[in-house]
Design a protein around this ligand. Sequence first.
Ligand code: TXA
Ligand code: MG
Length: 320
Amino acid sequence: MTTEIGRQVDKAISLLEAGELVSIPTETVYGLAANALNSTAVYSIFKVKERPSFDPLIVHIPSVDVLDHYAHSIPRIAYDLAMSFWPGPLTLILPRKSNVPDLVSSGLDTVGLRQPSHPLTLELLTQLDFPLAAPSANPFGYISPTTAQHVYDQLQGKIPYILDGGPCRVGVESTIVGFEEDEIFIYRLGGLTLEDIRKVAPHCQLKLNNSSNPVAPGMLKSHYAPKHPFYLGEINSLIKQFAGRRIGVLSFDKKYADVEFVKVNEILSADGNLDAAAVKLFSAMRVLDASLVDVIVGEYVPDLGIGRAINDRLKRAATW
Ligand code: TXA
Ligand code: MG
């Protein structure tokens, strides 16, 4: 199969209507989309991604108005969050209606729903008469794609079409929020900050998933992983520790390119801007991973706002 990159929404529509997969741009990362109501099409997503079937998918919808087509018993606060932050990087976990196939949510009785804000994908969703199941468009466990080229590099030959919407504006995946009894939890940190969510839901707590937390079986600790060994800590001491090896450095705002043994240095944001750092995070990890180095070393960014999501991804990518 040849993989085409283009900007034709009508081409994406006919492929999706025929049960094929299309990579779609969102404000967070590129998704690998299929008709969410067609189990056979959804099954192809798992096959192409080599994703274990216990890791549920997010269903993308055109507007909050159709939320109750796919979920029931929706709490008031879920609507408040959707009204405040959709379209945008927020996924709501809600009780699943039976028209959403089991496979989409890996047999859970809940479903993850979000209205993404990328204009091309919103146009696509508005024209389709079904929602789109879409995980990030990377092979399972690898770094998420934030450009059409990233998708092409890894999925060429496996899908017919990549809808090119340019580089992603946010750069990390959506924040996942769920409701248990009267409580609200963030299961995955992402593009929408904890601080912003607390403006609408002041009691929202973190309940981040790891392999021992069954709420979201997909949030395995080792994820977003580069192929080279990746160590997190204080960069100067890590450089000393690996002296003599070819070192790649992923730094927040400082330059290490001139330091001995450093072969490549990706700086997330020279002026220390966390939003800019999030936009660059995954492409910087890809550049380092494609470089001729023996080891990659990196550091945490300030742990506030979208910095929390960046640090979460760094931690999951790290060797230790
Ligand atoms: O920004 C995003 O959310 C991107 C774009 C494409 O929308 N999508 C994305 O999908 O990050 P993915 O598959 O890489 O991550 C989806 C995660 C799953 O691993 C799982 O942790 C959680 O969403 N999830 C989905 N449905 C769930 C459910 N019913 N209950 C708990 N967690 C769920
Ligand atoms: Mg993913």
